[in-house]
Write a protein that binds this ligand. Structure first.
Ligand code: GTP
Ligand code: MG
Length: 235
């Protein structure tokens, strides 16, 4: 197979001096195509799980007049991160190895309003008879040492393609808005840790995580108190 360089990109041509046509060996082309196909399958798996979550949210918003889910985000793991993770774990860099060893190529993040919504959404999703629960990590009941809180599920769902029914794994992270706020900033700050007193930063971040966890409990209690007085909570 041949790919053509962009003739308009004069700067690139003058610096790199690549020939006009680069020949790609057939086996590399075949491998790239298989990889692309696998990533397409993960994208489809994300779409299936996302639809399940959206259906649940719509149903609950009619029944309870309140949406338990604020936002659903998703991503397919970048090839660079896939390779880094396989290397870190000393695993072979093959497509078979990706499918067999990595459970988080397809990732969905569900941001809920309140703490109890997390468990309700997780229960409703895993009770569905085409959803196979592979693993659960409850970082809310047992937070990570640094204060990270979230409810992680690895599920397997069947995805129907033209010629096969393929079981696909998806990582679902469920957390409150507050937990998401902390995790997002924690993730950003981690890149700068080498430039600052990291022990102090770790301690302060942990403190923030604990304050936020307290606020989540308080918010839930406020909602329950309002509900117990028969007042409807609407969006
Ligand atoms: P990974 O190799 O990162 O996938 O970790 P793991 O396979 O041990 O799984 P785990 O359930 O611990 O974490 C999976 C994902 O949760 C990560 O990729 C992050 O998205 C998120 N996560 C876990 N720990 C932290 C943390 O301390 N801070 C933040 N911001 N996110 C975290
Ligand atoms: Mg991960």
């Amino acid at each position: 197979m041949y790919i053509s360089n962009n003739p308009n990109n004069e700067l690139e041509q003058s610096i790199v001096q690549v020939p006009d046509l680069v020949q790609i060996p057939d086996e590399i082309h075949e491998m790239a195509q298989k990889f692309q196909e696998a990533m397409m399958m993960y994208t489809c798996a994300i779409r299936e799980v996302k639809t399940k979550l959206e259906v649940l949210n719509d149903e609950l918003s009619v029944k309870n007049r309140r949406n338990p889910i604020e936002v659903i985000k998703s991503r397919v793991k970048k090839p660079k991160s896939i390779v880094e993770k396989l290397k870190r774990r000393g695993l072979p860099l093959t497509l078979e190895s990706i499918v067999k060893n990595l459970d988080d190529v397809a990732g969905i993040r569900v941001i809920c309003s309140f703490l109890d919504d997390i468990y309700e959404v997780a229960d409703m999703l895993t009770r569905q008879d085409d959803v196979k629960l592979i693993a659960v990590k409850d970082y809310i009941k047992k937070p990570k040492e640094n204060g990270y809180r979230s409810y992680h599920l690895i599920i397997e769902i069947p995805v129907f393609f033209s010629d096969k029914k393929q079981p696909m794994r998806v990582e679902v992270q469920i957390r409150t808005i507050a937990m998401d706020f902390w995790a997002s900033l924690d993730h950003q700050l981690k890149y700068k840790k080498e430039f600052i007193d990291s022990e102090d930063v770790e301690r302060q971040l942990k403190e923030c995580a604990d304050v936020i966890a307290g606020t989540d409990v308080q918010m839930l209690n406020i909602r329950k108190n309002i509900e117990s007085r028969g007042i409807e909570i609407r969006k």
